[in-house]
Design a protein around this ligand. Structure first.
Ligand SMILES: [Fe+2]
Ligand SMILES: [Fe+2]
Length: 288
């Protein structure tokens, strides 16, 4: 079943937060751990426009249906960053431009190489590169939705849960688009299946990790994907990925967690893991 892009664009809107009383956090603040995870999420959501920049260098820009989705997707992700920023502000922390400016400066050359790799990957693989992007995007949107779900449950703060629930609802439409596109594009091209499987197996890295400091990624993975419950979330994502054409048997999320020493059960003692290098190929990191 194809994704109804027209219905999507007619209903796209900033995530609602004008009815939320953020002063509640003054009386009942969030834990330092959850705030740290929210800083990560704020920065990664706000980086979406840079992923869009890279995506548009591929053949995706030739497909008006694709560009319609990407336009709306970027808009919604932008507002996710703003909404999370309001929570940070309510705790007396910097948000939006105050965080985003220094982040973009910090990325420097790494970020400037990203579009180049995307363009080269697209030139070499043609339209099959889009299949890879869509699959990558599906994994990342599944991971993002799981992260919000887990964060809301861990913290158990009603206001946070309300806002994250609304964001997750929008993420579910992003999932629908990416997964549908991935399924269709992988299904009709053997080359796309081969390349995508190889790329996911060798280069997939958790959402945000290519642009966020290693220690922040490590913290968020342990907090949200660590232990028995976190591992179950990872398994669920892996099962969805494995259900896509040509992806059977892949366990990309669990493999990434293992590579970083993230505990798989509540009894595990975290070990400082050798951090797997982040993928240098921007085309492979272009969808967070
Ligand atoms: Fe988002
Ligand atoms: Fe999303």
């Amino acid at each position: 079943m194809s994704f109804d892009i027209d219905a999507y664009r007619r209903t796209v809107a900033p995530v609602q937060f004008d009815d939320i009383d953020f002063s509640v956090f003054g009386e009942r603040p969030l834990s330092p751990e959850t705030l740290r995870a929210l800083r990560f999420m704020h920065d990664v959501e706000s980086h979406t426009v840079c992923y869009l920049r890279d995506l548009l260098l591929t053949h995706a820009h030739e497909d008006p249906r694709m560009t319609t989705f990407l336009t709306m997707w970027n808009y919604e992700e932008y507002w996710h960053g703003v909404a999370i920023g309001r929570i940070l502000e309510a705790h007396g922390e910097a948000s939006e431009d105050e965080r985003i400016g220094p982040m973009r400066q910090r990325l420097g050359v790494k970020d400037r190489l990203s579009p180049l790799t995307s363009a080269v990957g697209s030139a070499v693989l043609g339209h099959d590169f889009i299949a890879l992007h869509m699959t990558w995007g599906a994994v990342n949107e599944w991971s993002t939705a799981a992260g919000y779900d887990r964060l809301a449950t861990r913290e158990g703060h009603p206001v946070l849960s309300t806002l994250l629930g609304r964001i997750a609802k929008q993420e579910s439409r992003h999932i629908a688009f990416y997964a549908t596109e991935a399924r269709e594009r992988l299904g009709r091209s053997r080359k796309a299946r081969t390349v995508t499987r190889w790329a996911l197996k060798n280069f997939w890295a958790p959402v945000g990790s290519p642009v966020m400091p290693v220690e922040e990624t490590q913290f968020v993975l342990e907090y949200l994907m660590g232990g028995t419950t976190g591992r179950e979330f990872a398994r669920r994502i892996d099962r969805k990925v494995a259900g896509l054409p040509g992806m059977a048997g892949l366990e990309v999320v669990q493999t990434a967690l293992d590579a970083r020493g993230i505990p798989a059960t509540d009894g595990d003692v975290p070990v400082p893991a050798p951090i797997r290098p982040t993928p240098r190929t921007a085309g492979l990191t272009a969808v967070r």
